[in-house]
Design a protein. Structure first.
Lengths: 314, 315
């Protein structure tokens, strides 16, 4: 434990890929959240609950069907439905309210979902194993193996990012979403069913969070409250990126994913050269956790609207 | 009208709270002294948040950070054998005031959602700092060696004495708070909340006023933290957890924002509700969550607004 880890090139490369992988998961979460923020002007703390729901649905469905891929594939429409249900039942009335009300009501949703999951599946963490065809390693460079499953997450994330980009910039639906983000009143005056659009965007955001949760199953522990840690980091991501901007979410996610992962990996051995190794063992991860908040404070200090502020908002 | 209603509410509430220890002693239920003391400590935190949230429109989502700073300002000296409350409590106030000064100076550059998020981020930073304090228990926290000592008749180990100390602080803070919000200073804060450009146009610099209010609220939160550490005789970074900030915020909303006395009722109501629900079922949060949503959706003026003769909430 206390022995300083030699920082080799292979390790740096591996951790950089881990940072990218974590960044991709953050992006899947951030994309939905930033759209909901930017278009509906809604602060949704319960986005992390949808991540949790995705993870549990995927785990349960994978056990039921015997196939991990089928579990993940079914968890997507599952969280889409849960998301739409939440939007219609609870959140719809909140769009016109102030942010304070939104924060508190969605905080209430978190309590509800955490407890609901605890009642159904218990409080203990449950584990999923990686399916055999994804459990090996691939060779990134000679002498640098990397787990296939994590590489798969990066691929899925990049694919989703590309699809999302095409959806938002190249389709009619995307045009409406962008128009909705720019001027809500105007787009509904032009005859677009803004309510349906809102529900749809929220559902897609929920499904993306569910996808992140479903893929997280085999890497992180699946337990009630698992969505909260990542949720706060996702907020950091979209605040750094600029609320309402997909591009900002992408950049922010990669930056935060890298900072967090590399900080966790290398702050400890670097600190161990200065302070005693046992102290560095504890201080390293804590400092790494703080680093992204410092980053966010610094960004907001210089650019109070984030790196890529969404253009105009009504 | 408002003033007299406030005075009546204060007098009645004060009397009721003052009666708790004798009634608990008569009915042989010492547990209630503990419960109501806890409620009043959270009431101090909630009232301090209401100063900036209800009157200044500053939605700080990191108010639990000051609870933590105050608690550590008691716990760390106690760990090193310094148990004088005359030193610990002022330290709690000064340390949290300094933290609020730094956090406020940066956060108040932003507004809206960004303000909510940056205050949350600072609280998280302090939470992780608490986790990293390995010498003081890290994530497990540590036992408080003993409650703060003041000498003379003020012995906090006597439950009733400690109770009345907390009550006195709460009442003093409420009186000071209501004078503050009615003062010229309070008027500027409220003006900045309802229309900041206009406040600036008539020659005020809202930033400095808001920052001062932020620091006052932070230092009161720190004092509440010092009291909380004495209450639980245990402190952990969980004092600063973001769900704690959410709870304090909910106390303010439940009681009624911008009323000062409302948050006291909110704190009592929420902790009472938690106490009752958790006695009924381990899954009490599944009930609390929807209650919270319903309160936000339908009881906009909070419990204080339900009291007879309630005047419209001032912006």
């Amino acid at each position: 434990m206390g022995v300083p880890v030699a920082i080799t090139l292979a390790l740096v490369l591996e951790q950089t890929l881990n940072g990218l992988q974590y960044g991709v998961m953050l992006f899947l979460m951030a994309a939905g959240l930033t759209l909901v923020f930017g278009i509906m002007n809604l602060v949704n703390l319960a986005h992390g609950s949808l991540y949790m729901v995705g993870a549990y649905l995927a785990t349960a469905l994978a056990r039921w069907s015997g196939s991990f891929v089928l579990g993940v594939a079914l968890a997507l429409p599952g969280t889409l439905l849960v998301g739409i249900l939440v939007e219609v039942v609870a959140l719809r009335t909140l769009y016109e309210r102030e942010h304070l009300d939104q924060v508190l009501a969605t905080f209430g949703l978190i309590l509800f979902f955490n407890e609901l999951i605890a009642i159904i599946w218990g409080r203990a963490a449950i584990y999923t194993s990686v399916p055999p065809f994804l459990s090996g390693h691939i060779r990134v460079l000679p002498g640098v193996p990397y787990p296939t499953y994590r590489a798969g997450i990066i691929l899925v994330g990049v694919a989703v990012a590309v699809l999302l980009w095409i959806l938002v910039t190249r389709t009619r639906l995307g045009m409406r979403i962008r128009a909705g983000a720019t001027n809500r009143t105007m787009i509904s005056a032009l005859g677009v069913n803004i309510r349906l659009l809102y529900t749809l965007v929220f559902g897609v955001g929920a499904a993306l969070a569910g996808l992140a949760g479903a893929m997280a199953g085999p890497i992180y522990s699946v337990q009630p409250g698992m969505g909260e840690g990542i949720l706060i980091q996702v907020f950091v991501v979209i605040v750094i990126g600029g609320i309402g901007s997909i591009r900002g979410a992408m950049v922010g996610a990669i930056v935060v994913g890298m900072a967090d992962t590399l900080g966790r990996a290398f702050l400890k051995p670097m600190l161990a050269t200065v302070i005693s190794p046992p102290a560095a063992d504890k201080a390293g991860p804590a400092l790494a956790s703080m680093s992204i908040y410092l980053l966010m404070a610094a960004v907001l200090f210089f650019r109070p609207e984030g790196l890529f502020p969404a253009r105009s908002r009504s | 009208m408002t003033v007299s209603r406030r005075a009546i509410a204060l007098a009645v509430g004060c009397l009721l709270l003052a009666l708790v220890p004798p009634i608990a002693a008569l009915t042989n239920q010492p547990f209630y002294v503990d419960l109501f003391r806890r409620m009043m400590i959270f009431a101090i935190a909630a009232v301090s948040l209401d100063l900036i949230l209800g009157y200044g429109g500053m939605v700080s989502f990191g108010h639990a950070a000051y609870l933590g700073i105050g608690a550590y300002a008691v716990g760390i000296p106690a760990f090193h054998g310094v148990d004088s409350g005359w030193l610990q409590w002022p330290l709690a106030i000064v340390a949290s005031a300094l933290a609020a000064l730094v956090i406020g100076a940066i956060s108040l550059r932003t507004s809206g959602v960004y303000f909510i998020m940056i205050t949350l981020a600072f609280a998280q930073m302090l939470y992780y700092l608490g986790l990293s304090l390995e010498a003081y228990g890290g994530d497990n926290g540590m036992r408080l060696a003993g409650r703060s000592r003041f000498g003379g008749p003020i012995d906090l180990h006597q439950p009733a004495v400690f109770y009345y100390v907390v009550l006195a602080i709460l009442v003093l803070f409420l009186v000071l708070g209501s004078r503050l919000v009615a003062s010229r200073f309070g008027m500027v804060i409220r003006a900045a909340k309802s229309n900041e450009p206009r406040a600036r146009a008539i020659g005020f610099s809202p930033f400095r006023y808001k920052l001062t209010a932020f620091v006052i609220a932070g230092s009161a939160g720190g004092l509440a933290g010092a009291l909380l550490a004495n209450q639980t005789e245990y402190l952990t970074p969980d004092f600063m957890h973001w769900t704690r900030s959410g709870e304090i915020m909910f106390m303010v909303i439940l009681g009624g924002t911008g009323t000062l006395f409302g948050p006291v009722i909110g704190a009592i109501a929420l902790l009472l509700l938690e106490d009752v629900l958790s006695a009924l079922t381990v899954h009490w949060q599944i009930v609390l969550g929807p209650i919270l949503i319903l309160v936000v959706l339908f009881a906009k003026r909070g419990l204080f607004g339900l009291l007879p003769g309630a005047a419209p909430r001032d912006g």
